[in-house]
Design a protein around this ligand. Structure first.
Ligand SMILES: [Fe+2]
Length: 290
């Protein structure tokens, strides 16, 4: 007959190990990984016809949710890091808040320190649009960030003078995005860089002027399992989770974002500051392929 005391002790030991490792992972994800952003340097290949945008640098940061688990040390440091990357354009693809604008003044205080040669721009995310679209947009504009809400503006690359359109759409989940209306009146030959919070609607873009969509929304899953990936993903963010997608026709970049939502934890999915550099193919690269 088995000694019940031994069985009891073994069970307790296993239970203790299970809860202990769970608490350890939560502590690591909450205190360390969530507060340790990674710089992702991404090269976005340009079609030959838009080689004039070669070298344009766009810093992307999204999904702040700054009212929920706001961390001013994290955001302050992230803005300093962005400045050190010397971007031409800064773009924020939305979700500045989760529920209300209580964190917006602090967030905008950090944004006022942004240094970008062309400027800082944003589109709104599903949470911004659901909860306080006017309040979020007003505060961003006060902080020097231009909000593109189904709107577009023509700009020039600072080194080459090449023209490009920067456009922003309303959230696919909570807004009324209208790309045709947004680009109406824009020069037909000028390439478009598009901010659109949710990544999966990338498949619906048929306008050949769109060179690149910049999206967030997924948080990269926020909590991921090793060798498996994201455990849970939101609507409109289940196909394109994180990274660069697309082909010569158009590209999509999805950032994991900087903040957290739901639980103050990131695991196997660190916060991200992205630097997307547009790069034309060189003659050498063509020769290498031949
Ligand atoms: Fe979102």
């Amino acid at each position: 007959m088995k000694d019940p005391t031994r069985l009891y002790n073994r069970r307790n030991f296993l239970r203790l190990g299970f809860y202990g490792s769970g608490a350890g992972m939560f502590g690591y994800g909450s205190l360390i990984e969530r507060r340790t952003p990674r710089i992702e340097r991404v090269t976005c290949p340009l079609p030959a016809r838009h080689a004039g945008l070669d070298g344009l640098k766009i810093a992307v940061m999204s999904d702040f949710h700054h009212d929920e688990f706001h961390d001013d040390t994290l955001i302050g440091g992230a803005v300093e890091t962005m400045n050190s990357l010397k971007p031409d354009v800064v773009f924020f693809p939305g979700d500045f808040i989760s529920r209300d604008v209580s964190g917006m003044d602090a967030l905008v205080g950090h944004f006022q320190k942004i240094e970008a040669r062309v400027g800082a721009f944003a589109c709104l995310g599903n949470h911004d649009q659901w909860n306080a679209p006017k309040g979020v947009a007003k505060r961003l504009e006060q902080g020097g960030v231009s909000v593109l809400k189904n709107a577009a503006t023509e700009l020039r690359a600072p080194r080459t003078g090449e023209r490009f359109v920067l456009a922003g759409l309303e959230s696919a989940w909570s807004g009324d995005p209208d790309l045709a209306k947004t680009l109406r009146g824009m020069n037909g030959d000028v390439p478009v860089l598009l901010g659109w919070h949710e990544p999966d609607p990338f498949d619906t873009i048929t306008d050949g002027r769109v060179l690149l969509q910049m999206a967030g929304h997924t948080h990269g899953g926020q909590v991921c399992a090793p060798f498996y990936g994201a455990i849970r993903l939101p609507q409109y963010g289940r196909k394109y989770v994180a990274g660069l997608y697309g082909d010569e026709r158009a590209r999509l970049y999805v950032t994991r974002g900087i903040g957290s939502m739901g639980v103050p934890v990131r695991f196997c999915c660190p916060p991200e500051i992205s630097l997307v550099t547009l790069r034309a193919k060189t003659g050498d690269e063509d020769a290498n392929r031949a």
